[in-house]
Design a protein around this ligand. Structure first.
Ligand code: C2E
Ligand code: CA
Ligand code: CA
Ligand code: CA
Length: 280
């Protein structure tokens, strides 16, 4: 009987109802996942061009669901944003990443990456207590504020919004700010003059087309000029081929991230930093 009523429900459900149901289910499962430790962190290298020394790593969250297997952050971060669980999940990510970075410095010294990036969502940034949370994660882990970069998207940081205030507080702590997926949001270049930004992460979409014939490198070229002109660090995202890496270097990019240089891993191999250090 239970089966029949389940099927009847499904029969009448509209696509929207199904989506709402899926969202509610995922939201509830996020709670369980957080309580039972189903999340883990991986770190993707951000390397220096052309030699590939690992300058920094970006922290990315992974969810290993006991029944459904791997669930992408693209699918669950927006749900966590909407149901508010991003506050707790984000705090866990931040603390965990700061502790990991602190351990790397203790164990590896100079071979460890100089910076660690952590993504922050719009809702976290809009919260008044976010800078205090960052300060406490740094203090508890013993990580220096200058080692931490917080990645934010343009859309999360509209002028006059509460996020701008948070960014100033973070900057006052000594934390660096990176504008993520730069060039894909709705905000203008003017944002760069009103919010404290240190790093521009040039979106993968501008890297994808860079080696194609025609005018496809125009935006990547313009963005490195903007970054250089304003004294910001540019990072090219989503580099997948040697050709893209070579072209980026030719355009003046000194930092890049992407599968070509390294996938996100629990323990990236930082030994290549030691090897490149003895290179001429
Ligand atoms: P993002 O911040 O732009 O992160 C970069 C994404 O690009 C990551 O996907 C990374 O694995 C992927 N990527 C890196 N190199 C390449 C490449 O060469 N080719 C391709 N095709 N992809 C590449 P991921 O880990 O699936 O994360 C997707 C998005 O989910 C992130 O985009 C970010 O917006 C969000 N996210 C992930 N982890 C966190 C987190 O800890 N907190 C928050 N708030 N958001 C997160
Ligand atoms: Ca990011
Ligand atoms: Ca990005
Ligand atoms: Ca992205």
């Amino acid at each position: 009987a239970a089966k029949t009523s389940g099927e009847t429900c499904r029969w009448y459900a509209t696509e929207l109802d199904q989506q709402a149901g899926e969202e509610a289910r995922l939201g509830a499962e996020l709670r369980t996942a957080l309580d039972s430790g189903q999340f883990r962190l991986v770190y993707q290298p951000i390397v220096e061009l052309p030699h590939g020394r690992i300058k920094a790593v970006e922290t990315l969250v992974r969810w290993d669901h006991p029944e459904r297997g791997f669930i992408s952050p693209v699918d669950f971060i927006p749900v966590a944003e909407r149901n508010g669980l991003i506050m707790e999940l984000g705090a866990w990510i931040l603390r965990e990443a700061c502790h990991q970075a602190s351990r790397w410095y203790a164990e590896l010294g100079d071979v460890a990456p100089e910076h660690i990036s952590v993504n922050a969502s719009a809702r976290q940034l809009a919260h008044r207590g976010f800078a205090a949370l960052v300060a406490s994660a740094l203090e508890d882990s013993g990580l220096s504020a200058t080692r931490l970069t917080i990645e934010v998207t343009e859309t999360a940081v509209f002028e006059g919004g509460p996020a701008v205030d948070t960014l100033h507080r973070l900057h006052d702590l000594g934390v660096r700010i990176a504008l993520d997926d730069f060039g894909t949001g709705h905000s203008s270049l003017g944002l760069l003059q009103t919010v404290p930004v240190d790093v521009l992460k040039v979106d993968k979409s501008f890297v994808d087309t860079i080696t194609m014939a025609g005018r496809h490198a125009v935006i990547a070229t313009a963005l490195i000029q903007v970054a250089d002109g304003l004294g910001l660090t540019a990072v090219a995202e989503g580099v997948e081929t040697a050709e893209q890496a070579a072209e980026l270097e030719r355009l003046g990019y000194r930092l890049a991230q992407g599968y070509y240089f390294g996938i996100p891993e629990a323990q990236p191999d930082f030994r290549r930093n030691r090897e490149s250090a003895v290179d001429p």
